[in-house]
Design a protein around this ligand. Structure first.
Ligand code: MG
Length: 215
């Protein structure tokens, strides 16, 4: 399954079998390297909160796991980012930019590999975020991120959706090898990307965003 350039494609994250995060992207390219999506500032997104409106980072994971949840609309208010979804690997690579649109760093989001779906009017990729991340800069330096959050959740296996933490660390280490070597996609590719100002910004998440998970 390939997605046409310019097509809106939803990046959706599931946790514990629930849809918890939806971000609309525009297809920049989709080829043997993988799928490249543009998430524009001002885009409408959906995010899961507790029934009382608090977010997952406003409380302990233990409390979060016992509360009822709901999805609410929000706006992507940070700088736009490119999300690169390579095929057959358990991570995606996000290209962070500053307010002027200048590339600053990569953010490697460790996640169960993307499963694609296409409903005709709307299409998407579904992932399962594994919390641990790697942040890397153009000087080939890197650091782990959210190890504490990962550990906190692993301590509650009855609520957590990551069965094999060692596999997540191993995937991170594979990516770090590429970062240190300056290999694609950490070789400068797409760091000069500039969105066309004429592209429409999807201020509302399109209908069909809540269809069942593809995996
Ligand atoms: Mg993460």
């Amino acid at each position: 399954m390939r997605f046409d350039e310019g097509r809106p494609v939803l990046y959706r994250n599931f946790s514990a079998g629930r849809l918890v995060n939806v971000r609309p992207g525009r297809v920049i390219s989709d080829d043997d390297r993988g799928l490249l999506l543009w998430l524009a500032r001002g885009s409408g997104v959906m995010i899961e909160v507790a029934a009382d409106g608090r977010g997952v980072r406003d409380m302990s994971f233990a409390e979060w796991s016992t509360l009822p949840h709901r999805m609410v609309p929000a706006t992507w208010s940070g700088p736009g980012i490119l999300k690169f979804v390579p095929p057959g690997v358990d991570h995606s690579v996000w290209f962070f930019r500053d307010a002027e649109g200048t590339f600053t760093n990569w953010y490697v989001n460790l996640e169960e590999r993307a499963v694609r779906w296409d409903d005709g009017d709307i299409a998407g990729v579904d992932v399962v975020d594994q919390d641990l991340d790697v942040v890397a800069t153009p000087d080939r330096k890197w650091r782990w991120k959210d190890e504490d959050e990962f550990a906190e959740r692993l301590a509650l296996p009855e609520h957590y959706w990551v069965p094999d933490p060692e596999a997540v660390w191993a995937e991170g280490r594979r990516v770090i090898t590429k970062i240190e070597a300056g290999e694609f996609p950490f070789d400068g590719t797409w760091t000069d990307f500039r969105p066309d100002p004429a592209w429409p910004v999807p201020v509302e998440v399109p209908a069909g965003w809540d269809r069942p998970g593809a995996r």
